[in-house]
Design a binder for this molecule. Structure first.
Ligand SMILES: Cc1cc2nc3c(=O)[nH]c(=O)nc-3n(C[C@H](O)[C@H](O)[C@H](O)COP(=O)(O)OP(=O)(O)OC[C@H]3O[C@@H](n4cnc5c(N)ncnc54)[C@H](O)[C@@H]3O)c2cc1C
Length: 213
């Protein structure tokens, strides 16, 4: 959707047809999921229908892409039809490997999907005090784009967002004193991709920071 937004005006003035293929009819604003997790927004607030946005300016196909035929310059859809392309932009998002974290399925929470963020919201609402531990799992980086800086954690911004929001939420509810918040990170430098200011604020707020072994 972001790419579409950027190319569509240029495409219209250059006789270029743009087709967007997605298996969902809706676009999820993932950066807003921490707000959903804290009950400040609903999933409905952070989701919108793509077709009315795309169709005035391009073609919109709802289907899962099964395969990319790079030699033939075409993608294979669910119904076994092919869509040809001159230029293909792949923006399929990250697929998180929750099953790689032992115990996560039964006891863990995440704000990273539209299914999990409301469950976390419910858990926070029900929380009545105790230890809160949050952090990010190590990322396995690709190696095809050597210019991209190496980070052990993909993106720790949302971890910080949740930590600060949970802190504020518990303070409001009078639960903060009996609820220490501890963060863990696979990186040597916590919040490596976000910067020192966030880390300083976090530690000054008397929240414990530890590094994963
Ligand atoms: C909690 C959280 C907070 C974040 N905060 C920020 C932030 O503050 N700033 C920032 O820049 N980034 C942030 N990000 C990262 C940002 O959301 C992602 O980098 C961005 O969404 C990636 O865009 P994308 O289009 O590649 O993938 P997505 O937004 O995940 O979209 C992928 C789309 O591809 C579709 N799809 C997947 N597979 C197929 C298939 N085989 N066939 C057809 N369709 C398919 C899906 O249905 C989906 O609609 C955050 C992410 C999370 C989870």
């Amino acid at each position: 959707m972001t790419v579409f937004h950027h190319v569509v005006k240029w495409a219209a003035s250059h006789d270029v047809d743009v087709t967007m293929i997605d298996e969902r009819e809706t676009f999820l604003l993932k950066p807003s999921l921490p707000e959903v997790a804290l009950g400040e927004k609903t999933i409905g607030d952070v989701t919108f229908a793509v077709r009315p946005v795309i169709e005035p300016q391009g073609r919109c196909i709802r289907s899962r892409v099964q395969r990319i035929d790079a030699v033939g310059q075409r993608v294979l859809l669910d119904d076994e039809t092919f869509v040809p392309y001159d230029t293909l932009i792949i923006a399929l998002g990250a697929k998180k490997d929750f099953s790689a974290i032992g115990g996560f399925a039964g006891y863990g929470y995440s704000m990273c999907t539209d299914i999990l963020a409301p469950k976390l919201q419910h858990a926070i609402q029900m929380f009545s005090g105790g230890d809160i531990v949050l952090g990010s799992a190590p990322m396995v980086p690709g190696n095809r784009t050597p210019d991209v800086p190496f980070l052990k954690a993909a993106c720790e911004g949302p971890v910080g967002e949740i930590a600060f929001r949970v802190d504020a939420n518990l303070r409001k509810r009078g639960l903060r004193e009996q609820s220490p918040i501890t963060c863990f990170s696979p990186s040597e430098v916590f919040f490596d991709d976000v910067g020192d200011t966030v880390l300083d604020q976090f530690v000054l707020g008397k929240t414990a920071v530890s590094e994963a072994p």
